[in-house]
Structure formats: structure tokens, C-alpha cells
Design a protein around this ligand. Structure first.
Ligand SMILES: NC(=O)c1ccc[n+]([C@@H]2O[C@H](COP(=O)([O-])OP(=O)(O)OC[C@H]3O[C@@H](n4cnc5c(N)ncnc54)[C@H](OP(=O)(O)O)[C@@H]3O)[C@@H](O)[C@H]2O)c1
Length: 325
């Protein structure tokens, strides 16, 4: 189903139908304008996307949700079972995007994980505009305009495309996912240590469920002005040493954090076969995190979702359970 030969498909309540065989209007009931209409999201089969769908379903009926995925029929069965309309589109194929956005009023663009994402995001914005989408929210990155982390560049470029698009829009400037530390937790159980080069830099992560709830809140609220920049991060923070201590406390095993010098960090990445350019970028990220690039105490996320963010210690419990299988 990849590539230009793939047709856009729509599936509703588990029933997959070729887009051309059923008018889209019959898959999406007409909605009164006052309720914000139909809400669509890309990346819907991904880990953040599924959280957004669940959060949306707590606020709006499934008939108002269009979940757009790339290429995972087997993984979208769960979405269709929730009663939402499922469509398929790849950011690289504008005609698929146009088909998928038909009838969508408010759209969430979940950032691509590929290497050409500014062009891909630009294609999504262009298709949304052509289809008459009224509002587009984009999953950007914490302090995208000023962050020392190189990942910010694509996100800022996408925000600039949106700002110049004429669409009403918002940036969900997501900080770090707590789940990014799943590998560290598993390593800690195995070796009794976690390593990085971020020193005593504080990190304010939140779970994908927290960020998903924020995206849903912005999508359902039609009263927000265009161009809002939401700087989103967890209410509480840790250093890597504090993370190690919490893993030790909860697991009952000794776990330490070993902070690597630049030379040690580079040697460790090289031993894993990482190319020099990636090592340089990775070390620069460690240095930025040491300077607080992933710290934020604005609490905008918890205000947006109307509850505290998931305590990171609770996430450690979940990650330990996952690591133990
Ligand atoms: N804040 C953070 O800590 C953090 C960390 C890592 C990544 N991110 C960013 O946040 C995004 C969402 O995170 P996640 O955890 O949900 O990642 P994920 O589970 O990998 O989901 C990303 C989704 O985007 C889809 N996608 C990728 N390229 C696409 C394309 N060309 N056309 C259509 N769909 C495409 C993927 O589809 P497939 O399933 O078909 O691949 C996937 O469903 C990531 O893509 C990345 O940009 C943020």
C-alpha cells in the first residue's frame, strides 16, 4: 500500500472501503458549525496519535473524528474499533492528503519522523489550505525559536510556514516525552547504571498521554485566537542522577548515574557504530540539556489539560513494569 499506486482508503467501524467507492460525506456526518465540526489528525496510529484519539473521545463523539495514518492497516484496526473514521495518507503524496482532509474542519499535524520533514509538513499545510481546513495545530518543540537543541530547526521552519499560510493555527511546543527514558530504565535494571553527558541539567518531561490531552484541548476549543504558542512540559523535573536514584528506590537494586565527559561520550557512541556527524550532534544535545534545554517550569501543560501532569516517578513505575515484561 505504499507509494503513488496506493489509493486513499477510508475505514469506519472496522469496514475498509476504497475512497472512490463511497462518497466521503457519508463517512462523515454533517455537524453544526458551532461545535467546531470534524476534527482530523495525522500520525494517528503512532504513539502520540493514539493518545490524542483517546483524549478526543473523552470530549467529542467518534463521528467527529478522522484518524489519518500512513500505512498500518493492521494497527489501525484498533482505531476503527473505537468508531472513528480512519483514512490513509502519506505526507509525501499530496493527492492522498487532499483525499484524507476532505470534510475536516480542525486538523492536528503530528510531526513527521523522516529526514525531509519541513517539505512534508509544508505539503500537509498546503493540502489543508486547499481543502478549506479552518484550523491547524502542529506538534512543535519546546522553545522552538530559541532552543539550543538542533531538533528545533525543522519545527521552527514549520511554524513559519503556518504563520505565512493564512490558516488559523497553533503550535503545541512539546517538551520531552517521559517514555524516552524506557531504554535507560531497562539498562539500569541490567547493568546498575545509566550514562549520559547532561550533567546536572534538569529535565521536565511529560507523558505522551499528557501531550495528547493538550492537543485534544486545543482542537476542541474553537475560541482560541490564531498563532498561539503553547510551551508544554511536565510540572516536575529531574536530573539524570535523580532518575537513577528513583529507579534504585523503586526496583530495590543499586543504580547510579555516570556522567560522561565529551571524550567518553564520543567513544561510547563510536563503539555503537554511530557516524561522526551524528555523534557531534548528539554531544551538542547533551551539552544543551546540561544547560537546561529540556527544563521548563511554566506549567502551561497542566493548565491546558486542567490537571497536574503525570508525575515522573509514576512513569518510572510504568517503565519498570514494561522493562520487566
Ligand atoms: N517530544 C519528544 O520527546 C519527541 C521524541 C521523539 C519524536 N518526537 C516527534 O513527535 C512525533 C510523534 O511522536 P510519536 O512518539 O507518536 O512517534 P511515532 O510513534 O513514531 O509516530 C509518528 C507517526 O507519524 C507517522 N508518519 C511518519 N512519517 C509519515 C509520513 N511521511 N506520512 C504520514 N505519516 C507519517 C508515522 O507513521 P508510520 O507508523 O507509518 O511510521 C507514525 O504513525 C514524532 O514523529 C517526532 O516528530 C518527539
Amino acid at each position: 500500500m505504499r507509494g503513488v499506486t496506493r489509493r486513499a482508503f477510508t475505514a469506519h467501524a472496522g469496514l475498509a472501503l476504497a475512497a472512490g467507492s463511497l462518497p466521503f460525506s457519508s463517512a462523515i456526518p454533517a455537524q453544526p458549525a458551532a461545535d467546531g465540526g470534524v476534527i482530523g489528525l495525522t500520525g494517528a496510529a503512532g504513539r502520540l496519535g493514539t493518545q490524542v484519539v483517546d483524549a478526543l473521545l473523552r470530549n467529542v463523539p467518534p463521528q467527529r473524528i478522522v484518524a489519518i495514518a500512513r500505512n498500518r492497516e493492521e494497527q489501525t484496526a484498533g482505531l476503527a474499533a473505537k468508531g472513528v473514521t480512519v483514512r490513509f495518507a502519506d505526507y509525501d503524496y499530496p493527492e492522498q492528503l487532499l483525499a484524507a482532509f476532505r470534510g475536516v474542519d480542525r486538523l492536528l499535524l503530528i510531526s513527521s519522523s523522516g529526514g525531509k520533514r519541513v517539505a512534508q509538513h509544508g505539503a500537509v499545510v498546503a493540502a489543508a489550505k486547499e481543502r478549506g481546513v479552518k484550523f491547524l495545530a502542529y506538534t512543535s518543540f519546546l522553545r522552538a525559536a530559541t532552543s539550543q537543541l538542533s531538533v528545533r530547526a525543522d519545527h521552527l521552519a514549520t511554524e513559519q510556514i503556518l504563520a505565512g499560510s493564512g490558516l488559523a493555527w497553533a503550535a503545541l511546543r512539546n517538551g520531552w516525552y517521559t517514555e524516552n527514558y524506557e531504554g535507560d530504565v531497562a539498562t539500569a535494571l541490567r547493568t546498575g547504571e545509566i550514562t549520559a553527558g547532561s550533567g546536572a541539567g534538569r529535565i521536565s518531561p511529560a507523558t505522551r498521554a499528557d501531550y495528547g490531552a493538550a492537543a485534544a484541548a486545543v482542537l476542541v476549543d474553537t475560541s482560541r485566537p490564531s498563532g498561539q504558542l503553547h510551551e508544554l512540559a511536565g510540572d516536575t523535573s529531574f536530573t539524570m542522577a535523580e532518575l537513577a536514584a528513583e529507579i534504585a528506590r523503586q526496583s530495590g537494586r543499586p543504580v547510579v548515574y555516570r556522567n560522561l565527559s565529551e571524550a567518553q561520550f564520543r567513544a561510547s557512541m563510536a563503539a555503537r557504530g554511530m557516524p561522526e556527524a551524528a555523534i557531534a550532534n548528539s554531544w551538542a544535545s547533551q551539552a544543551a540539556i546540561a544547560q537546561g534545554a529540556l527544563f521548563d517550569d511554566s506549567r502551561q501543560l497542566s493548565r491546558l489539560i486542567g490537571r497536574p501532569t503525570t508525575p515522573w516517578q509514576q512513569s518510572v513505575t510504568a517503565m519498570l513494569e514494561k522493562a520487566r515484561g
